[in-house]
Design a protein around this ligand. Structure first.
Ligand code: ZN
Length: 96
């Protein structure tokens, strides 16, 4: 009864996840530019990508296929999209 979760399956049910992933991949900081993946991901002044993802997948999603409304789906999408962001550079995160 439990459907096995994969990125391909999540995207099939919710194509906007792919858009978010492509957006993350498309970010290309200029050489020497300070860039913070966490700011991009978490901050409303950044791209607020985590919040936008939460509307698409995980327990905060309302409606749609059940497979999208699981914490497993959330974890998978989180890793996939967050890891597609460029690494932090010069922002101070790595010093923490
Ligand atoms: Zn950072």
């Amino acid at each position: 009864m439990e459907e096995e979760i994969s990125w391909a399956k999540l995207v099939e049910h919710e194509p906007k996840l792919k858009d978010l992933y492509e957006e993350a991949r498309s970010i290309k900081p200029e050489p020497g530019e300070v860039y913070c993946a966490n700011f991009t991901w978490y901050s409303p002044e950044g791209r607020n990508m985590k919040k936008r993802m939460m509307k698409l997948v995980g327990i905060m999603r309302s409606g749609g296929p059940g497979i999208l409304r699981t914490s497993e789906a959330y974890d998978l999408a989180y890793k996939k999209i967050y890891n597609a962001l460029p690494a932090c550079r010069g922002c101070g995160c790595l010093d923490l």
